[in-house]
Design a protein around this ligand. Structure first.
Ligand code: ASP
Length: 319
């Protein structure tokens, strides 16, 4: 894998399994007293975030530091982008400083793909418009596997603003690649105009879907990407599609609740439901670091010749 621009770059179930195996090693590293290995010493990773982020940026940054990479943090709001510098010039300027990978988030679908054609560094898509968010899909699979063992034959409902969600797009392809069955639950206005080719079923009846799933995945309303009013009111949305205190009772005892964050408590998920023992939301965040360590390691540390990360305490204290 030269870049990680979308789930397709992972090479199907086999490639995803490889990331999962590496993630296991990095979860172990993350649990050590000194959670650091020298795997990417001498490499530099830069962040190019044109959109807000809490989890993804901090998680990539932590991942790079735990691998002993140097990091370069580019903040769009205080850079020459404000003076009109183009994406191409910005990317090539950063690369000229000597970097090995660029982690990109951009409001336009395809921006990381463009950057990948302009620079030699590895490019990681950390979210491009409505398009894809591949590392979110990887951490979601890892989190589900911790609870379900395998995704083969499992049923997952993705609920909410599918239309504007890059998480939904990456998750649908990744979950189904791992053998899961996906049902999208949303009002017609929050579904993409065409679902041709999507390996999913669609429902408008959350109540009837809930009792059949192994996990329900809630999505935030992406107000920043909406150009028109797509809902009569948020209250009505919550009444039909929110995971309310009453509705969560419809889930089987062994079914899990997930959300990529940021949550709008009281809209797509009731405040208390997000904190139930069946909620995996903080596991998702926790696993995000190890998954991103695996991705950076695959792109920069190992190439095709996979070497497990150093695991001895002696190596641990080298940094
Ligand atoms: N954090 C996720 C994303 O960047 C989900 C969201 O913002 O609602 O797409």
């Amino acid at each position: 894998m030269r870049h990680l621009l979308g789930v397709a770059d992972l090479g199907g179930a086999e490639g995803i399994e490889e990331v999962m195996r590496l993630t296991d090693s990095f979860v172990e590293v993350s649990e050590r007293a000194i959670p650091r290995v020298p795997a990417l010493r001498g490499k530099t990773v830069a962040w190019l975030f044109y959109e807000d982020s809490t989890r993804t940026r901090l998680s990539f940054e932590t991942a790079a530091k735990r691998l002993s990479a140097d990091t370069m943090n580019f903040s769009v709001s205080s850079s020459s982008v404000k003076k009109g510098e183009s994406l191409r010039d910005t990317a090539r300027t950063i690369e000229a400083m000597g970097i090995d990978a660029i982690v990109v988030r951009h409001a336009s679908a395809g921006a990381p793909h463009r950057i990948a054609t302009w620079v030699d560094a590895a490019v990681v898509n950390a979210g491009d418009g409505w398009h894809e968010h591949p590392t979110q899909a990887l951490l979601d699979i890892y989190t589900l596997r911790q609870r379900l063992g395998s995704l083969e034959g499992r049923h997952i409902a993705i609920v909410g603003d599918i239309k504007h969600s890059r998480v939904a797009r990456s998750d649908v392809w990744a979950f189904t690649a791992m053998g899961a069955r996906v049902t999208l639950v949303a009002p017609p206005t929050l579904l993409p105009p065409s679902l041709e080719g999507w390996p999913v079923t669609v429902s408008q009846d959350l109540d009837s879907v809930l009792s059949t799933v192994d996990a329900v995945y809630l999505l935030r309303m992406q107000h920043e990407r909406m150009t028109e009013a797509l809902l009569p009111s948020l209250r009505e949305y919550t009444a039909c599609f929110g995971l309310t205190n009453q509705r969560v009772e419809l889930l089987r005892d062994d079914a899990w609740v997930m959300h990529p964050g940021p949550m709008n408590r009281g809209v797509e998920i009731a405040a208390d439901v997000a904190d139930l023992p069946r909620s995996l939301i903080l596991d998702q965040v926790r696993n995000g670091v190890a998954v991103r360590m695996a991705v950076l390691y695959l792109l920069l540390g190992a190439g095709s010749d996979l070497v497990p990360p150093p695991a001895t305490p002696k190596e641990d204290s080298v940094v």
